[in-house]
Design a protein around this ligand. Sequence first.
Ligand code: IPE
Ligand code: IPE
Ligand code: MG
Length: 239
Amino acid sequence: MTDAEKLPSHVGIIMDGNGRWARQKGLERSEGHKQGAEVFRDICTHAADIGIKYVTFYAFSTENWKRPQAEVSSIMDIFRTFLKEAEDRQQENEERGLRFRFIGDIGGIPEDIAVRVNALEERSSDKTKTTVNLAVNYGGRDEIVRAVRRIAEMVKKGEAEPSDIDGAMISGGLFTAGQPDADLIIRPSGEQRLSNFLIWQSAYAEFWYSDVLWPDFTKDDFDKALEAYAARSRRFGGI
Ligand code: IPE
Ligand code: IPE
Ligand code: MG
């Protein structure tokens, strides 16, 4: 395994390829989402066990509402199941030191899910080992727009001058406020794009792509990404 020094502090994962995985097997797309949720659990546990401090999973984007209603409903149901399971596994999650955070527009998701999400955040809020961000109804542009609106309100009220606005102020207005920027972005399924994921936070992230579809993604794949990351030379504009 990679030595701790070269471990990324914050890993973002775009869980993509569920639909294609299901279709290749002659199954409904929702079956791919179900299998994808299993993999999410495994990788979440694995990331915590190897000591990743922050891991963000992209589960549903602000653009994914464009999909057929039946598919959206099946994804929301899977999210419900995950939240119920997290209640059942509370002790296990606590022992692992998992803190769950929701990132995204919580106002736009079904109310019963939002209530469970708030409870999960609350229950795990004192855990510090690994923060798991669940990006649901998340869009990087939406997140920046919110931060900018908040800053505009401050300026309007005379609490800040336009010249006070800096990168730190914008970072502090994002859902990930207080967390480090993404060091490594993992995208399986063969696509090589961000699809509106952590666009501000990944300004200097390393990218790792794989053709594996998310439901087939393994701990080994995750470790491969970490190894590739450890071998990269990050310069942040320096030499
Ligand atoms: C990712 O898998 C899950 C979500 C976007 C909700 P997809 O459903 O995008 O799977 P493909 O890309 O169609 O295979
Ligand atoms: C990105 O995947 C969103 C999630 C994985 C949640 P998409 O499947 O929505 O992205 P595009 O449409 O291929 O860019
Ligand atoms: Mg996709």
